[in-house]
Design a protein around this ligand. Structure first.
Ligand code: ATP
Length: 342
């Protein structure tokens, strides 16, 4: 076992948030795979979301916030925001509190998963802190409400910088900024202006722009033509689920939220209430989110090993969860991935 260094010689401490609905099942699978890959982590288990409301009367108890401030890194299952919990969304709250401004969703086709396209290998980079998620909404008069879209040069520049840095580090060829600046001339116009300015610092990476509606059509006809996608918060939310559909569904796509001083790793999907607690959820999104965490901790070869085991399991096709056309349980799929690691 390798202990991830935390500067004090012990195993690296990571906050573990099993989450609501299918969260504990898929996160449990993710932990098993990480441990089987030989990484020793001291998990600081915390409750959040609906589980925390039931136990502590709040979706974000002090112990959770303290743990995140201490570890600055978490593996998290999906969280349910209950109506009247005092938060618009617990997920949005955590991203804003820890300024996790960049949401990254690598979306890849897998051999063995039947989809219309074989060549999807794209990465969604979504701005996480502003846009129509500003939370500024008010009623002007009964029957008329306003919801404010906030775009700043600061947030636009730093997410563009993140996308280009990611592209450069991972030998990606292009970054496409997706927008609706033909209609939202000032807000999306500012986003594009910032993206163009940052693009000039990366002459080896092709910079493209595409209007969001046209981009959606191209994504469902020629997804292989995209590489890194750079989006504001709302377009990023919608387009990333569309992209998950291209590669076999929400159970397949991992995600991470990065800030300057920390990161939360989480599958793209929600709590899946229809299948929660039945050992039916596909754990691959959670396992691949775990691989992103392992890479963040400095163990790239181990992360590559986990990803290769997922690929092998899917290619083999004998152990598949229901969403992939098989009959296997969450636990069986995790065991198959562990076996594939050899
Ligand atoms: P939430 O309100 O938490 O977002 P939701 O039902 O609106 O929940 P998801 O939880 O993302 O959204 O689920 C959407 C659909 O995708 C559901 O039919 C669910 O069963 C399916 N799904 C989500 N995650 C998985 C998974 N890991 N494995 C299999 N199916 C999944």
């Amino acid at each position: 076992m390798d202990a991830a260094p935390d500067g004090k010689g012990g195993p690296r401490k990571v906050t573990l948030i099993p989450g609501d609905g299918c969260g504990p099942e898929v996160i449990g699978a993710g932990i098993r795979v990480i441990e089987a890959a030989g990484i020793e982590i001291e998990w600081d288990r915390q409750v959040a979301g609906a589980a925390a409301v039931n136990r502590y009367g709040t979706p974000a108890p002090d112990a959770l916030i303290k743990s995140l401030k201490r570890t600055r890194i978490a593996l998290k299952g999906p969280l349910e925001t209950q109506v009247g919990a005092g938060y618009r969304s617990i997920n949005v709250y955590l991203r804003k509190t820890f300024d996790l401004y960049a949401n990254l969703r690598p979306t890849l086709s897998f051999e063995g998963v039947p989809t219309p396209f074989r060549d999807v290998d794209l990465v969604v980079v979504r701005e996480n802190t502003e846009d129509l998620y500003s939370g500024i909404e008010h009623q002007i008069t009964p029957g008329v409400v306003e919801s404010i879209k906030v775009i700043t040069a600061h947030a636009s520049r730093r997410i563009a910088r993140f996308a280009f840095e990611y592209a450069q580090r991972n030998r990606r060829k292009s970054v496409t900024a997706i927008h609706k600046a033909n209609i939202m001339k000032l807000s999306d116009g500012l986003f594009l202006k910032c993206a163009r300015a940052i693009a000039r610092d990366y002459p080896r990476i092709e910079y493209r722009e595409q209007i969001v509606d046209a981009a959606c059509m191209r994504l469902v006809t020629q997804p292989g033509s995209f590489d890194v996608l750079l989006l504001e918060n709302l377009y990023g939310d919608i387009v990333s689920d569309l992209c998950a559909g291209l590669v076999g569904g929400l159970g397949m796509v991992p995600g991470a939220n990065y800030g300057e001083r920390g990161a939360i790793f989480e599958a793209v999907h929600g709590t899946a209430p229809d299948i929660a607690g039945k050992n039916l959820a596909n754990p691959i999104a959670a396992v691949l989110s775990g691989a992103m965490l392992v890479e963040y901790l400095g163990y790239k070869p181990r992360a590559i090993r986990i990803r290769a085991a997922v690929q092998k399991t899917l290619r083999d096709g004998r152990v598949m969860t229901r969403d992939l056309g098989g009959k296997a349980t969450t636990d069986e799929m995790a065991s198959a991935i562990i076996d594939a690691m050899g």
